[in-house]
Ligand binder design. Structure first.
Ligand code: C2O
Ligand code: CU
Length: 664
């Protein structure tokens, strides 16, 4: 059974347990002992079922069950046992003889049964509202709330008079202690070192030993790119002006957008290895401000474009010049990082491709949802390209949206040769296979244009997005062959239209390609280890109270900063215990995948900058800290990032002159 399924079953069992305990209490109060007994039996079963499911879930990791094992189940056990002991005998007697019917509705019976219901509901609330990790304070406050609910119930059922002293005592003690503990400061830094002594029994994070030492602090603004290209390289100069504009999509449809130079996507930025990329960003009239972040390109920190951390947002009338060396080939993209959820959605993004370009046809295809439509570049209709059979084709897919897209290619087998700008090792031929591209991620596909069929790239199984049509040959010697293929073309076009790709299996990247040695392995000794548990919960995100997207129970900016030193080997464990997909993205570094759900990749080494965590998944990734700076580490569903799911990775000794509290 998958972890995601167990998480769902756990919720169902929790709801069922709460409903049946409460139902039993209500039936007892209305003096229906038989109904109450039946519901009591169902409640006991549902409670046992929840315990069983939690046992199964524990196998996936402590993160998935911590609050259930420490709070929800003990509370349910104590109240459930008490309710069964107090309520079952009188209910049985009442069911047997009319003379004892009154006993069914006695305050003790009703309050005990309802109390177990409150406890079951309280445990469910802890899972849904607080998540991981439940603290001692959460536990105590939950007990207090359940006890208060029982006291109020007692008042209603028994009328004015003395309430049970034991419940009053529990309410006072747990309520006061829980509220008091809530004011304990939470750690602001996590240095990733093992501080065993400061681990509390309730699963608190390791407390950092205070702020990192800042001897001769190096401001992040001093970590800039070079002024000249490498030997043999040239300077690639671009000017990007951020401005609102009404743009026209290929269908003629007009949409209001936020653009670079009046176009969406912004101007494609290309360079070859060795070149210096110099981009002058001007803000004409984007009132909230703009920056440029080079997604997946590990530029010096001062060029990373995170407002409030590496620079101030560029406001209307202002400008900022970015410079970095093109030191690595591949497919990347750029986007604003100021109110990026809105800014990217409105159009402030473009492509960054470092070549040399491939021979043949080399298409860069950023996919975006724009005004409710799937758009490739500025095409909201299929993009048609004529290609001569035998031509090598490279498609560079870039997902600039917040959610994954599924791509299928009909008409030819192909290879997935690069992921997130890094070539895969020994990528085999793929046929009738879906590719799920995470938000922010890139896939490079290659194939040779076939002679027999046209090739169609479909997005999410509905939209034919790119059609590569065979180009008619010009010479008479091939005319007959051309005629023949033209006849086929009609036939295959019909076939293409009918091809249903929904049932095609998705490629599992962790088993694709061939293994190779890597500079990092799971067996290495890591200098720092961090665990990020992704969830939802009530929290303050950017000062606003909300049902936030949380990391380790906190929302930005109060998620502890991860602290590393230059040269450290760092291991990140990322756990998704929520019901959403989270595309995790670390700035400034590629990470090597060590394992997903405990299994190491068996194919090509996987270096990613954005990896998708499905609900219930646990990923372990690693990197060498060789790019000093202050970096964002966040979910690339930018709605989630905006609502709390973002933190910083800081190199010891690097400082920022800015307020530092911007999540982007
Ligand atoms: Cu493409 Cu911080 O993100
Ligand atoms: Cu997310």
């Amino acid at each position: 059974m998958t972890t995601a399924l167990l998480m769902t079953l756990d919720l169902l069992a929790a709801v069922l347990a709460a409903a049946t305990w409460l139902g039993a209490g209500v039936a007892a109060a209305s003096r229906r002992p038989r109904t109450a007994l039946a519901l009591l039996a169902a409640a006991v079963l549902a409670s046992l079922a929840r315990a069983g499911v939690v046992g199964g879930l524990a196998g996936a990791g402590w993160w998935f069950v911590q609050e259930k094992v420490t709070v929800a189940l003990p509370l349910l056990l104590v109240t459930g046992v008490a309710a069964t002991a107090l309520a079952a005998p009188p209910l049985v007697r009442a069911a047997r003889s009319q003379a004892d019917a009154g006993a069914a509705g006695s305050p003790a019976v009703v309050v005990a049964l309802l109390g177990a219901g409150y406890a079951a509901a309280g445990g469910l609330a802890v899972t849904l509202l607080m998540g991981y990790p439940a603290t001692l304070s959460t536990a105590l406050v939950t007990v207090a709330v359940v006890a208060v609910a029982m006291l109020v119930t007692w008042r209603i059922v028994a009328g004015p008079g003395r309430s049970p002293r034991i419940v009053i005592a529990i309410t006072l003690v747990t309520g006061l202690a829980g509220t008091g503990l809530a004011f304990f400061p939470s750690p602001a830094m996590d240095d990733g070192l093992d501080h065993t002594l400061s681990h509390s029994g309730m699963g608190h994070l390791a407390m950092a030993a205070g702020s990192p030492a800042k001897p001769q602090g190096r401001p992040v603004t001093s970590l800039r790119g070079p002024a000249t290209p490498a030997a043999g390289g040239v300077v690639r100069r671009y000017t990007l002006s951020a401005e609102t504009a009404a743009i026209t999509l290929s269908s003629g449809r007009k949409v209001d957008a936020w653009t670079f130079n009046g176009q969406v996507p912004g101007p494609p930025i290309t360079a070859n290895v060795g070149d210096l990329v110099e981009v002058r960003l001007r803000n004409a009239n984007i009132r909230s401000g703009v920056t440029l972040h080079w997604h997946g390109y590990d530029v010096p920190a001062g060029e990373d474009g995170v407002p409030g951390l590496t620079q101030e947002a560029v406001l209307p009338g202002q400008e900022f010049v970015y410079r970095f060396l093109a030191d690595r080939q591949g497919t990347f993209w750029y986007h604003t990082h100021e109110v990026s959820d809105l800014g990217v959605r409105m159009g402030l993004y473009g492509t960054l491709v470092v070549g040399p370009p491939s021979a043949g046809v080399d298409l860069t295809l950023p996919v975006h949802t724009f005004a409710g439509r799937t758009v490739f570049g500025d095409h909201d209709q299929p993009l048609d390209q004529r290609v001569a059979p035998g031509t090598p084709v490279r498609l560079r897919l870039i997902n600039t949206d917040n959610t994954p897209h599924r791509f299928t290619l009909t008409g030819t087998p192909y290879r997935l040769v690069a992921v997130d700008g890094t070539d895969l090792n020994g990528p085999g031929e793929l046929d009738r296979m879906g590719l799920r591209l995470p938000a922010g991620g890139r896939y490079d596909l290659t194939f040779v244009m076939p002679a027999a069929r046209d090739v169609v790239l479909n997005t999410d199984d509905r939209t034919p997005s790119v059609r590569l049509t065979r180009q008619a040959a010009a010479t008479s010697t091939t005319a007959s062959a051309t005629a023949g293929t033209a006849a086929n073309a009609t036939a295959s076009a019909t076939e293409d239209a009918k091809e249903d790709t929904t049932g095609w299996p998705d490629l599992d990247l962790t088993t694709y390609g061939t293994p190779a040695t890597t500079p990092i392995t799971a067996a290495d000794t890591f200098d720092r280890r961090f665990t990020l548990v992704l969830d939802r919960g009530l929290s303050l995100a950017g000062g606003r109270p909300m049902y936030a997207y949380t990391v380790n129970g906190h929302a930005f900016p109060s998620i502890p900063t991860e602290v590393v030193s230059t040269g450290d080997l760092v291991r990140l464990t990322v756990v998704n215990r929520s019901r959403d997909i989270h595309p995790w993205h670390l700035h400034g570094h590629r990470v090597l995948v060590l394992s997903r759900d405990g299994r190491a990749p068996t194919g090509s080494p996987l270096w990613l900058d954005t990896f998708d965590l499905q609900p219930g998944e646990v990923w372990e990734v690693a990197f060498r800290a060789t790019n000093p700076g202050l970096w964002m580490n966040h979910c690339h569903n930018l709605v989630h990032a905006d609502q709390g799911m973002a933190l910083h990775l800081a190199y010891e000794g690097v400082t920022t002159p800015f307020h530092g509290a911007h999540g982007g």
